[in-house]
Design a protein around this ligand. Sequence first.
Ligand code: PMP
Length: 408
Amino acid sequence: MSALDIVGDDLKTELPSGETVRFAHLDYAASAPCVSAAADAVAELLPRYGSVHRGTGVRSQTSTVAYEVARDVVAEFVGARPGDQVIFTRNTTDALNLLARALPAGTTTILFDGEHHANLLPWPNPLRIPTPSSPYFAINALKSVLRDLRTPAVLAITGASNVTGEIWPVRELADVAHTYGARVIVDAAQLAPHAPVDLDELGADYLAFSGHKLYAPFGSGVLAGRSDWLDAADPYLRGGGASATVGSLPGELTWADGPARHEGGTPNLLGAVALAAVCGALLVADRDALHRHEQELLERLRDGLRSIGGAREVSVFGPEHPRVGIVSLALPGHDPAQVAHRLGREHGIGVRAGQFCAHPLVRRLTNADKSDTCGVAGAGLLRASFGLGSTTEDVDRFVTGLAAVLRS
Ligand code: PMP
């Protein structure tokens, strides 16, 4: 098995007809399956782990080294600059909440309203810009907001939308933000699994992503970026590890500097090691080839959907390029939840239906505030998403299955 092969790729499911088929997982955007690099890293450490940064025994020492090596690998994955920090978190939501608490008081966070709730809700002084129809308008909208703003600001933006799959022009937006002295926070939850995420190339001051969308198991995430605000902030979790010295009286304490300040409590060693193992495997992978494969699948899916019955029956959101392997569909006259359920039961295909924790965007795309164009009020969209290990057979199964469900 190679490092980026999916573990459990041959998972089977039984259809009502009694036929057993390979399960076609097309819900990578929610949680991607695990690759062997992550599984092997966990298996290797399972018999030997102990508490990180605590204890002198061989288990503890092995674990401390493994944890800090994992941090170094992630630092390389994000192209950490001198003075940047890599903090292990539980997931992207956790990373962005941590950063929200570390912003200097009075900072306005500028965001487009198409963000995932994880990047929409944590910020103390949000200023929401309606998501424009094209990146060109996004850049202009950002300029005009920054021109008029009288407070310090940051821009919090997604790298790729979990709804439309659209890759945002992060670099161009970051250049605008930096011109006005605003730092840039990139929610890379959906970008990192599909494209390189280099802090400098993206123009990002901070980057957040989740292990479970990056082919590692659950419970680990990353916040990477500039140290100054993080070192000046109150610890995200007060407790052991975050504290440097604690006296007898309540006020007698000093907090740790560096990542430890925000990683209070015993860390998730196996999660960090699994996530870093995938980062390491991706660092040496042929990312261009992976990108080409994904774009071929996207094209095949688009062609297949066209063959189903045109825009009246299935409409796809987002531009053709640039996008990651995420496609959301409106199915006028059908309830997406019912369609997803039937795809699972009758065709052995896993997709997702709903509003994908991006309610403002999905409501706007479906005109839910004005009319019921989905055919079912508030039902949202149907989303298929893929990545490493996805095949043309998965795409064809989805198209055929969807056509069959919509017909009957
Ligand atoms: N941002 C985006 C763009 C996402 O797609 C998601 C997960 N759907 C998140 C943030 C939150 O990730 P997590 O649930 O792992 O915290």
